[in-house]
Design a protein around this ligand. Structure first.
Ligand code: ADP
Ligand code: TRP
Length: 341
C-alpha cells in the first residue's frame, strides 16, 4: 500500500541535547533518514510534565531544533516540526486511551520510578506513554529510532495499535517497530546513565575548551600511570567505543600495555569527540542564533506533518464511528466489541 517506509522520533526540549541523545537517538535517526521518509519532532508538550519556566522551554525548543540541523538533518528531506503544531495528536491520544487498560500505564517505568522515589507524579507522567503512542501512530510510522530507555513506550504503542486494529479494523493504524542499537545506554561523566535531569551530560556543541573540561572530569580509576589498566567497565572507554570504535580500539591497546594514564585516555576521547562534533559546532551556533529561520523550518515541517496527520485522524474517526459518513460507508466499519472497561 505504502511504498516508502516512515521513520519517526521525538526529543523532549527539557534542556540542551547531550551526547547520549546524539548517540542514542539523533545519529541513528539521521542514518535512517537516508532511506526512510522521516519525521523528527520536538516533543514540547511532553516537556510540560516537568518544565515550569516558559522562557526556558522556548529556548530549549530552539536548542533541540538547531541540534537536529547541525547534526545533519536536511529540512527539505526530513520533516522537522513541533509536536504542538499538530494538535490532532490529542484527539488520537484520547481514542487510544479508551482502548488501554489503566494497568498498562501503571506498569510504565517512569511512573513506577517516580512512585518508588516517593514523588507524587502529575497525571501527565502517568499519561505520557499514551501521548507518545499517538505521536507515533498519527504519522503511520514504521520504525521508531530511540535509546533503550524508550523501548517500553514503543512496545506499549504497538500493543495499543494492535488493539485498535483488532477492534476497529486491521487497516486503521500502522503498527511500528522499535529501532534500538546494540550499544548500552550512554554513560554520563559519573558513570550513571547520561541524562539531562542528572546533570552528568557531555554537551554536544559547547566550545572545545568547555568540552575538554567536561571530558577531563569523567570519573576514572586511581591506578598509577605505569600500571596496565582494564578498559572494559570504564566510562571513558565505554564512551569512546560509541563515539569512534577505531579510537576506542587504540585506547584499549594502550591502556592494557601500561604507561598510559586515564588522563591520556580522556585526551583521546576528547579528540574523538572533536573529530565528530567539532565541524558541526559552528553550524549549531549559526542556526541557534537565527530563530526566525528556525521558526520557518519548523512551520514548514508542521504543514507537511499536518497533511499526514489529517489523513490518519480521518481514518480513525471513520473507523470508530465518529465522522459524518454516508450510511454505505458506515456499514463497512467494524462494530466496537464491548470488551474494554
Ligand atoms: P533525557 O533522558 O536526557 O531527558 P530524552 O528523554 O529527551 O533525554 O531522550 C531523547 C532521546 O535520547 C531518546 O530516544 C532517548 O532514548 C535517547 N537517550 C537519552 N539519554 C540517553 C543515553 N544516556 N543513552 C542513549 N540514548 C539516550
Ligand atoms: N518519550 C521520548 C523521550 O523521553 C520523547 C518522545 C515523545 C518520543 N514522543 C515520541 C520518542 C515519539 C519517539 C517517538 O525521550
Amino acid at each position: 500500500m505504502r511504498s516508502v517506509k516512515t521513520s519517526l522520533t521525538g526529543i523532549k526540549p527539557t534542556n540542551t541535547p547531550h551526547l547520549g541523545n546524539y548517540l542514542g537517538a539523533i545519529r541513528p535517526a539521521l542514518k535512517l533518514a537516508e532511506t526512510y521518509r522521516s519525521l523528527y519532532f520536538i516533543a514540547d508538550y511532553h516537556a510540560l510534565t516537568t518544565m515550569r519556566d516558559p522562557a526556558a522551554l522556548q529556548e530549549s525548543i530552539y536548542d533541540v531544533a538547531a541540534t537536529w540541523l547541525a547534526a545533519g538533518l536536511d529540512p527539505n528531506q526530513t520533516i522537522l516540526f513541533r509536536q504542538s503544531a499538530v494538535p490532532e495528536v490529542f484527539e488520537l491520544s484520547w481514542v487510544l486511551s479508551c482502548l488501554l487498560a489503566t494497568g498498562q500505564l501503571e506498569r510504565g517505568h517512569s511512573y513506577k520510578d517516580a512512585l518508588a522515589k516517593g514523588d507524587v507524579p502529575n497525571a501527565g507522567v502517568f499519561y505520557y506513554p499514551v501521548l507518545m503512542a499517538a505521536d507515533i501512530l498519527l504519522y503511520d510510522t514504521d520504525v521508531v529510532p530511540v535509546g533503550k530507555d524508550q523501548k517500553q513506550h514503543v512496545e506499549l504503542c504497538r500493543d495499543v495499535a494492535q488493539r485498535v486494529n483488532h477492534v476497529f479494523g486491521e487497516d486503521t493504524l500502522v503498527v511500528p517497530e522499535v529501532h534500538v542499537g546494540d550499544a548500552p545506554l550512554v554513560p554520563g561523566i559519573d558513570g550513571e546513565k547520561m541524562s539531562k535531569s542528572r546533570g552528568n551530560g557531555i554537551p554536544l556543541f559547547a566550545p572545545a575548551k568547555k568540552l575538554r573540561k567536561v571530558v577531563m572530569s569523567i570519573k576514572t580509576g586511581s591506578e598509577s600511570l605505569e600500571e596496565p589498566k582494564e578498559p572494559e567497565g570504564s566510562t571513558v572507554y565505554q564512551l569512546c567505543k560509541q563515539v569512534s570504535p577505531e579510537a576506542a580500539e587504540a585506547m584499549a591497546t594502550e591502556l592494557r600495555k601500561g604507561g598510559y594514564g586515564w588522563g591520556h585516555a580522556k585526551q583521546a576521547l576528547f579528540e574523538a569527540l572533536e573529530a565528530e562534533l567539532g565541524p558541526r559546532r559552528d553550524v549549531y551556533q549559526a542556526m541557534r542564533a537565527d530563530t526566525p529561520a528556525l521558526d520557518r523550518i519548523l512551520d514548514q515541517g508542521a504543514d507537511r506533518a499536518r497533511a499526514i496527520a489529517h489523513k490518519t485522524i480521518g481514518r480513525v474517526r471513520h473507523a470508530v464511528g465518529i465522522s459524518a459518513t454516508s450510511s454505505a460507508d458506515l456499514k463497512k466499519t467494524v462494530r466496537l466489541k464491548p470488551q474494554v472497561g
